[in-house]
Design a protein around this ligand. Structure first.
Ligand SMILES: O=P(O)(O)OC[C@@]1(O)O[C@H](CO)[C@@H](O)[C@@H]1O
Ligand SMILES: [Mn+2]
Length: 451
């Protein structure tokens, strides 16, 4: 039984057990649809597997599809969640989590797709896709989501060109800019990274100008859709991190970016990271991606390298200049990329200190951690049915490795830190305000406020 929120003060986890809820429709409709698309993608590449691997490729394709079809049936008929059998580095952690859930819910049978927390079963589905591939060499490292991620990059070329042109223009005169001018550019690029999380970058915000090429042109029209705007706190955190070290030499300022989607959103994150370093607001950027294909469009190491290579090789001067700079940052160690297994596990972030102390310690080394996207927000707040006026600090439940900020467009029905009456007003204007992707938050928390 879930803890009684009236006793513990902790809201219950969102679950597909609530018929008619967003979680219910996600598990009932969207997840089977995603699984079907995965099966179709594998089937569509059958000939490619044959060309590359001969009969072994055909057999692997057949077995993988059989495992995924079985998974889809288990999902659709609310069968018990099963332990993983692929012996990967995180298998033990996943199976321990399942045991914890079974104890919490009473027995093995009750841990199932529609009776367990939405966050758990949705993460579990993506890990089971990985298991199905992993168990079937030689297609074990095939990225079933690759086509969608590369397409997002190619379809947003005009926006990428506009963005690289803008940031290269700013970088060229960065030494002459006043602090206020730096602030203006910082806010713009923070907003572009925020709205990049719409993934498809439908920047129209309801207007008819969605064919606009530059993401910078629509920032003003999108401003009213930002429900919490702590961007000034992010700015002051960066400024206060500028501190002379003992030897008078400034100690490096480090910003960590917990990434979300590949494609255009990743470019907006790389552009923001480039500006942070070029402006001197930060000296080191640590990127955190996923160690295997995750939630359809999330960034893997392959996507990260591919995106930088594509930008560098573009037949566009400013894109290419940006790509060269980004590759240089990686070579010099000014930028580095990590993909800790914790990011592709089902845990709420309040579990990190206990379940991934090494990662928690890494994040404690940052002066600021930016969390991109909706899934990260769900994990920051435990994917719980909090009252909307509950404080962000309460929902974080002790997760505080460093000053942190969520840059998130709302695509799931969890949102805290709103003003009294704000949620009610939104619901009267837009019944699906929490899941339509039109609204966003820039929500900040710092452990310093605890002192
Ligand atoms: O983390 P992102 O990429 O912003 O969004 C991912 C996500 O919002 O997509 C679905 C919404 O329908 C949710 O299951 C999941 O949280
Ligand atoms: Mn994502």
């Amino acid at each position: 039984m879930a803890a009684d929120p009236s006793v513990t003060g902790v809201a219950p986890s969102l679950s597909a057990g609530v018929v008619g809820s967003f979680a219910y429709f996600t598990v009932k409709d969207r997840l089977p649809t995603i699984l079907t698309k995965v099966i179709d993608t594998i089937h569509r590449n059958k000939n490619k597997f044959f060309e590359e691997y001969g009969e072994k490729g055909i057999e692997a394709e057949k077995q993988t599809i059989s495992l995924l079809s079985k998974l889809r049936n288990e999902l659709q008929t609310d069968k018990p969640v099963l332990a993983l059998t692929d012996g990967l580095q995180d298998t033990q952690s996943w199976n321990q989590y399942l045991q914890r859930q079974q104890i919490l819910q009473g027995d093995q049978e009750s841990v199932s797709w529609f009776k367990s927390p939405w966050l758990y079963v949705e993460c579990y589905m993506y890990r089971k896709i990985q298991e199905a591939l992993w168990l079937n060499p030689p297609i074990s490292d095939y990225d079933v989501f690759n086509e969608g991620k590369t397409q997002s990059f190619f379809e947003s070329q005009k926006a990428v060109m506009a963005l690289c042109t803008y940031v290269e223009g700013v970088k060229k005169c960065i030494k002459e800019l006043s602090r206020n001018q730096i602030f203006e550019h910082f806010i713009k690029l923070l907003l572009v990274s925020l709205w990049g999380n719409k993934c498809d970058l439908s920047i129209s915000a309801g207007q008819d100008n969605s064919q606009k090429t530059s993401p910078l042109d629509s920032l003003n029209s999108l401003q009213p859709f930002i429900l919490v705007d702590d961007s000034n706190m992010v700015w002051s955190t960066l400024l206060s991190a500028q501190r002379p070290g003992q030897s008078g030499k400034a100690t490096p300022v480090r910003v960590d970016m917990v990434l979300d989607n590949a494609g255009f959103e990743l470019v907006t994150d790389l552009v923001l990271a480039d500006f942070l370093v070029s402006s001197g607001l930060a000296n080191e950027i640590h990127f955190h991606g996923k160690s295997f294909p995750w939630f359809v469009s999330d960034v893997t190491a392959n996507d990260f390298q591919w995106t930088i290579r594509q930008t560098l090789a573009a037949n566009h001067m400013w894109m290419s200049k940006s790509g060269v700079k980004w590759q240089g940052y990686l070579k010099e160690g000014v930028w580095c990329y990590h993909d800790h297994p914790f990011w592709t596990q089902p845990h709420e972030f309040s579990d990190m200190a206990a379940d991934a102390p090494d990662l928690y310690a890494t994040l404690q080394g940052a002066d600021l951690v930016l969390f991109k996207g909706d899934l990260n927000y769900r994990k920051l707040t435990g994917d719980r049915d909090w009252d909307h006026t509950v404080g962000f600090d309460t929902a974080l439940r002790g997760f505080a490795p460093a000053p942190l900020c969520s840059l998130r467009t709302l695509k799931a029905n969890v949102q805290v830190g709103l003003q009294p009456g704000q949620a009610e007003k939104l619901a009267s204007q837009d019944p699906d305000w929490m899941t339509c992707g039109k609204y966003a938050v820039i929500q900040f928390y710092t452990p310093e406020s605890e002192q």
